[in-house]
Design a binder for this molecule. Structure first.
Ligand SMILES: [Zn+2]
Length: 207
């Protein structure tokens, strides 16, 4: 990018072009758009972005992003009262499920899946936090809402083994989700149906 006569413009465009899904052309359009906005808008935008780093924290219960100690979901008593604890890989999965409106319990974000080839073992995930929650909240059902990938299958198998001693029914989403597909990219209808028609977890030949 050398078409700019201003270093400010150039550096902003380069920054935006490094964002996911934003190429040089789109970055240029964004910079030109920003240049047409009043200074107050740019200040407010800068404050919002700064706040993502300084104001947003992790919910002490589920690991979701939160402005307070608890996220907006965990802070609703009627959601914990359902007795349903839904384990997801990451935030996009939680958002996808929330979007369907088919789940009224609480979540637990693992922070990924067990993936030895990428150096992710159980200790890198929020599994200990999950074990600590269970006696405190005493859920009536733990739902493993993971993707249909080999890594997710390994993770589900591991969780099932590790959580078995709590004696709480462990269920999984009905397999409307095609093999190899990630939960967050599953359409709303399939996802809602998979949640409503969940089944007891069955280890699938892994050992
Ligand atoms: Zn939370």
């Amino acid at each position: 990018m050398s078409e700019f006569s201003s270093r400010w413009l150039q550096q902003t465009a380069e920054l935006l072009a490094s964002w996911p899904g934003v190429g040089k052309r789109t970055a240029l359009r964004y910079v030109l758009y920003l240049m047409r906005q009043p200074p107050e808008y740019l200040q407010s935008l800068a404050r919002r972005i700064e706040g993502l780093g300084t104001e947003v924290r992790s919910c002490r219960r589920c690991g979701n992003f939160a402005d307070e100690d608890l996220c907006a979901i965990c802070a609703q008593p009627r959601r914990s009262q359902q007795g349903l604890l839904c384990v997801v890989e990451d935030l996009p999965d939680l958002l996808a499920l929330e979007n369907t409106g088919s789940f009224s319990g609480v979540y637990h974000i693992l922070g990924g899946c067990i993936n030895p080839s990428e150096g992710v073992g159980p200790e890198q995930l929020r599994i200990r936090e999950l074990e600590e929650r269970i006696p405190l909240e005493n859920p009536s059902e733990i739902i493993l809402a993971l993707s249909a990938t080999p890594e997710a299958d390994t993770t589900a198998f591991y969780l099932h083994r590790r959580l078995a001693s709590f004696g709480i029914p462990i269920t999984t989403l009905a397999r409307g989700i095609g093999f190899g597909s990630e939960l967050q990219y599953t359409d709303d209808l399939t996802l809602a149906r998979s949640m409503l028609q969940r089944v007891p977890y069955q280890p699938s030949g892994l050992s």
